[in-house]
Design a protein around this ligand. Structure first.
Ligand code: NA7
Length: 506
């Protein structure tokens, strides 16, 4: 393709920018925001290229979402061997679906093994990024500033907890916290526990606490379809096989079982009328019908929307958990929270010792609340006034040399976000090469390119299963799925080589 990088560059459109001579640069200076999975990846790759970089991390540890989430039952619903960096397989996973603390440990180890830790400034939050005279000027929470050629925003997606707007929440006399703010000092055994919310988080918490609580109330505003899965334990023999021959790991992470499943799932979500979708619907319906014996409970748990419209929940044990005698599914409307517990609109009081808010996240924030000011005073909040977006999820017009990982419109939906971030990095790195080689000093997608991308994306997104008539964090404020709406293979192709005619270079 004539306009792809490597085939025909139209760099050097402007030979000089803001007094900066163009020419090959020995090193780029990059600021990475966030030391989660994506920020560590960016650091590893920049280090390999010999670029100078610093990672600002507002927390005190690496790990991002795996640092923030520590609730009982936390498990990644992507197979562990597929939820690892391609260059750092991990033979030590204890289970097919890894528990959260193991994943956190993996990222801690990666930060050490790849020498990234010394590049991280912990406890420092980026407050603002302002593009001026060809460079990014960064304002930090410790009062200092920094200047960089490139900003990599690796700020995560589900990061800002969404607190429910329930009257009286502050009056609760027991313990109460959001699922991402788990308080390990609070006892669980033998207590009366309420969990509000039944997304993946609420389902995992309830499954884990059902054997520990004396009484467990799961407040369910909308039922969920549950995909049955088995989480088998890897034996020491398995792990020995993984250690001694990486092809045993490759057979899982690159094998037909995993990728065949991904492709079938992907075909289902992008075409709600596909046979693959019908197959998913049949599986989750059978799971409900066959696993839940009490007809009244079964009806409480039966969603009225289509499977996978909300993010499909993978669970080996939720239906078993909610059929325990100490577990109660509450489908009524919550009136208010009182010191003793949760009062329902019909007058029922659920007396509780602990109330867990598994009520999700503000999924539209991305790099915000950082104040980001681009070329000629462009304001990111204004650019995202209708919806957060980025050209191919990576770059935003008027915000040159700022690149997003797992940004708005990237694929979501039961995929490995590590695989997605690696593909995105391969794309970003080709743009960085243009800067490194002095082909240009500033690069961002053009307004026309983003408008064209968004028109096509939104039209397709409305026809995905996510737009089939339910609420979920996949939808933007306009009710449009904020996701990559095409096939995964098309995403891989798009990430293989940027189409340079869609960019403005200076
Ligand atoms: P989700 O999937 O956004 O789920 C949030 C849940 O909280 C969902 O069941 C909501 O019900 C419920 N919710 C939210 N606000 C309220 C109020 N005010 N009252 C009652 N119920 C409420 O968040 P998760 O943390 O479970 O999972 C997020 C992602 O993390 C997950 O998809 C994986 O990618 C990992 P609703 O369905 O809106 O009726």
């Amino acid at each position: 393709m004539a306009d792809q990088i490597g085939a025909g560059r139209r760099g050097k459109a402007v030979e000089r920018m803001a007094g900066i001579e163009l020419g090959p640069r020995e090193q780029l200076r990059c600021v990475i925001i966030g030391a989660g999975m994506a920020g560590l990846l960016a650091g590893i790759r920049l280090k390999e290229k010999g670029d100078q970089f610093v990672i600002y991390e507002k927390g005190d540890k690496v790990g991002g979402t795996w640092r923030e989430n520590r609730y009982p039952g936390l498990t990644c619903d992507v197979p562990a061997h597929a939820y690892t960096y391609s260059f750092a397989p991990n033979p030590e996973w204890s289970q097919f679906y890894a528990p959260g603390p193991e994943i956190q440990h993996y990222f801690e180890r990666i930060a050490d093994d790849y020498g990234i830790r010394e590049h991280i400034r912990f406890g420092v939050e980026v407050g603002a990024c302002r593009y001026s005279e060809g460079r990014w000027h960064i304002t930090l929470s410790d009062g200092s500033t920094d200047v960089a050629d490139v900003v990599i925003a690796a700020t995560g997606v589900l990061h800002h907890p969404k607190m429910p707007d329930i009257p009286g929440l502050d009056s609760f006399a027991g313990d109460c916290f959001h699922s991402t703010r788990w308080d390990d000092t609070v006892p669980l055994d033998g207590r009366r526990i309420g969990v509000i919310g039944n997304g993946s988080t609420g389902v995992q918490i309830v499954s884990a606490l059902s054997e520990r609580a004396s009484r467990l109330v799961h407040f369910q505003r909308s039922p969920q379809w549950i995909m049955p899965v088995q989480n088998f334990i890897y034996s020491e023999t398995d792990r020995h096989a993984f250690r001694s021959d990486v092809s045993n790991i490759d057979a899982i992470r690159f094998g037909q079982d995993y990728w065949g499943g991904i492709r079938r799932f992907n075909a289902a979500i992008i075409d709600a009328d596909s046979p693959e979708m019908a197959e998913i619907e049949a599986i989750v319906l059978r799971n409900l019908e066959e696993s839940v014996t009490d007809p009244e409970l079964r009806e409480k748990l039966r969603p009225s929307y289509r499977a996978a419209c909300k993010r499909l929940i993978y669970s080996p044990n939720y239906y078993a958990a909610v059929q325990r005698p100490n577990v109660f599914i509450e489908t009524g409307a919550i009136e208010r929270v009182e010191p003793e517990g949760v009062r329902m609109r019909d007058g029922t009081l659920h007396a509780l010792d602990l109330l867990v808010l598994a009520t999700g996240f503000h999924a539209d924030r991305f790099v915000r609340p950082m104040i980001v000011t681009g070329r000629d005073g462009a304001d990111l909040n204004q650019a995202w006034a209708v919806r957060p977006t980025a050209y191919y999820a990576i770059t935003i017009p008027d915000f040159p040399n700022m690149f997003l990982l797992n940004g708005p419109t990237a694929p979501v939906g039961n995929f490995s976000l590590i695989d997605i971030a690696e593909r995105q990095w391969a794309y970003i790195d080709q743009l960085l090469d243009l800067l490194r080689q002095g082909q240009c000093s500033a690069i961002a997608a053009s307004h026309d390119a983003l408008a064209d991308y968004e028109e096509r994306r939104i039209a397709a997104a409305r026809h995905t299963i996510f737009g089939s008539g339910c609420t979920s964090w996949y939808l933007d404020a306009q009710g449009v799925p904020q996701t990559w709406p095409w096939s995964y293979d098309r995403f891989a192709e798009a990430m293989a080589a940027p189409k340079l005619s869609d960019f403005e270079l200076a």
